[in-house]
Design a binder for this molecule. Structure first.
Ligand code: APR
Length: 233
């Protein structure tokens, strides 16, 4: 393939697994210990805000105990050194991409270290616990919630993401099961628009049949090797 110019990278929980953060599906996954319906839907927030806030407080607290791994560091290096267009679209809500130094980063499912006002839509940085019913600094409503995109809600930046995917020469998926749309559909859009597609994952995923190439293994091994290939003179 001719050298790509525009790259879109989609990451999922698998890129943070070797940093010690649980994935969602598979052994020890978050959705084994919690029902999505109880902690990751607008109905859950309306029914039991304290439970939802406690779930995200615990995941936010865990960020202090982990650090970026070699895969996050490699993507940050690619972000710094890649001369063409590049977008890292992450489904993850951890801050490991930022802490590794990534800049051209889009959190499509929100971020643990952000609070959202359910009344006016204002977002603000947040650390530590977030009790339900805190007042929004912008509008005063007692409506601060975790800035997490719940099932049934629209992910962030979809137009910007879909345009980047449609214009990409290369679409790379890292550490995602391909179980959740719209992210799971990006590879098909990329393919239809003529991009080459590559999957880097520990095991075959629901998306694997759509990829031109799938490399299996841990992200901390596959991603640095791929970035080195991309930056080789
Ligand atoms: N290296 C590479 N891939 C890994 C590793 C690793 N060390 N460990 C696990 N994986 C892979 C698994 O094989 C799996 O395919 O990462 C993927 C993780 O899949 P999920 O747990 O389903 O996480 P993800 O795909 O990010 O989930 C998507 O679902 O619940 C929602 O909003 C949530 O953003 C999340 C979305």
């Amino acid at each position: 393939m001719a050298r790509p110019r525009n790259i879109v990278i989609l990451t999922g929980a698998g890129i943070s697994a070797e940093s010690g953060l649980a994935t969602f599906r598979g052994p020890g996954g978050l959705w084994e210990a919690h029902r999505v319906e109880d902690v990751c839907t607008p109905e859950a927030l309306a029914r039991d805000a304290a439970l939802v806030h406690r779930f995200y407080d615990a995941r936010r607290a865990a960020l202090a105990t982990v650090r970026p791994n070699a895969a996050h560091e490699a993507l940050a290096r690619l972000d710094r050194e890649w001369p063409g267009e590049l977008a890292i679209v992450t489904q993850n809500v951890d801050d490991l991409h930022e802490r590794a130094g990534a800049r051209r980063l889009i959190h499509m499912h929100g971020a643990l270290r952000s609070a959202l006002c359910a009344a006016c839509g204002a977002q603000r940085g947040w650390d530590g616990p977030m009790p339900p019913g805190l007042a929004c600094a912008s509008c005063g409503a007692a409506a601060l919630r975790p800035d997490i995109v719940f099932f049934g809600e629209m992910p962030y930046a979809m137009e910007r993401i879909e345009q980047a995917v449609a214009e990409a020469d290369l679409f790379v998926s890292i550490g995602t099961s391909g179980a959740v749309y719209p992210a799971a559909g990006f590879v098909q859009l990329a393919s239809q628009c003529g991009a080459a597609t590559l999957e880097l994952n520990l095991e075959r995923s629901a998306g694997s049949p759509w990829f031109d190439d799938t490399r299996l293994g841990p992200a901390s091994v596959l991603v640095p090797a791929w970035v080195a290939e991309m930056l080789a003179p």
